[in-house]
Design a protein around this ligand. Structure first.
Ligand code: F6P
Length: 344
């Protein structure tokens, strides 16, 4: 078969491992020709490609980012974009397209399949781990490890100066990274988008800790966390040109409030894109490899309009229609019954 592949949305450690797995199994087991589209949907629209074979992927397993390049954006937002995608299938005699992407790319994949019957298989990708239908997305484990390493380092400087450190991690709509890195790093408080926070409550937790003789504290906050109504001034929302909200900066608003109300010296650390960069963890390399192998097998099963997923330790497939437009929230049992036991 002639199989196209694109990586869309924000990059993520493990993308190259997925590409490598698709190509390896496609070429060796199924006898496929795999064509990589450059820069996500832009490459499909403009037919900008690179051919992918086992040789061209040597050494890519441990590399972060994506060798195909990636972009946010949808062919539905480009005049003539959808028609161009359909034309690419015909012009290039494509038998299938594997879309490795986040919520945005998977929604586009779902619509193109539903409206035009295009033979598409989706693979979920995000460091945020917030895609419906799957237990884990590759890249998440790496991001959590990076955030945990940073928190570990912040403990010593916080302790030396008796300071509160407010550490902002990624997680636009869900607090998966914050919750896992917060548990792993021994955070004093973890703030997530799923649960509006109250600054006075945070200060009472910090004071109670002080009274026990522990002066340094780490507050982990997901970028999408919001104050409860009336707790402190909210922030103005800024949107990028694709309509995604840009949330970076809640720690900058929260830290002065904590300092003013608690009297404790407070500093801010924004981890930002460091969480998305660099080599994937061993766990993510294995997970990404499993996603890639499952995707090319799904192509050969004609599982169009399906997304590969992991449940427990099993690779499964779920309809893109059940996933598109949804966000998977943090496991609140984990947050309430485990993470919060260690607050204070
Ligand atoms: O891919 C998800 C994510 O990492 C979010 O956690 C974050 O808000 C966003 O991407 C940042 O996107 P960009 O790289 O476009 O600024």
């Amino acid at each position: 078969m002639r199989v196209g592949l694109l990586t869309g949305g924000g990059d993520c450690p493990g993308l190259n491992a997925v590409i490598r797995a698709v190509v390896r199994k496609g070429e060796l087991v199924h006898g496929d020709e795999v064509i990589g589209f450059l820069d996500a949907w832009d490459g499909v629209i403009a037919q900008r490609t690179m051919s992918l074979d086992i040789r061209s992927l040597r050494g890519m397993l441990p590399k972060g980012g994506t060798l195909l390049g990636t972009r946010r954006g949808s062919p539905y937002d480009v005049p003539g974009g959808v028609e161009a995608v359909i034309a690419t299938f015909a012009d290039m005699a494509l038998d299938a397209l594997i879309v490795v992407g986040g919520n945005g790319s998977l929604s586009v994949a779902c619509s193109l399949h539903k409206e035009f019957g295009l033979p598409i298989v989706g693979v979920p990708k995000t460091i945020d781990n917030d895609i419906e239908g799957t237990d884990w997305t590759f890249g998440f484990n790496t991001a959590v490890q990076i955030a945990t390493d940073a928190i570990d380092r912040l403990h010593t400087t916080a302790e030396s100066h008796d300071r509160v450190m407010v550490v902002e991690v990624m997680g636009r709509h869900s607090g998966w990274i914050a919750t896992h890195a917060g548990i792993a790093g021994g955070a004093t408080v973890i703030l997530i988008p799923e649960l509006p926070f109250d600054v006075d409550e945070i200060c009472s937790i910090l004071h109670a800790r002080h009274e026990r003789g522990r002066y340094a504290s780490i507050v982990v906050v997901a970028e999408g966390a919001e104050p409860a109504e009336g707790s402190m001034p909210g922030r103005e929302k800024v949107y990028d040109r694709f309509g995604h909200v840009r949330l970076r900066g809640i720690a900058d608003l929260l830290a002065p409030e904590i300092e003013a109300r608690s009297g404790l010296e407070t500093r801010v650390v924004l981890l930002g894109h460091i969480q998305r960069g660099g080599t994937p963890s061993a766990f993510d390399r294995v997970l990404a490899t499993r996603y890639g192998v499952e995707a090319i097998d799904a192509v050969h099963d004609g599982a169009w309009g399906q997304m590969t997923a992991i449940r427990g330790d099993h690779m499964i497939r779920v309809p893109l229609a059940d996933v598109a437009g949804k966000t998977r929230s943090v496991d609140m049992d984990l947050y309430r019954d485990v993470a919060s036991v260690f607050f204070g």
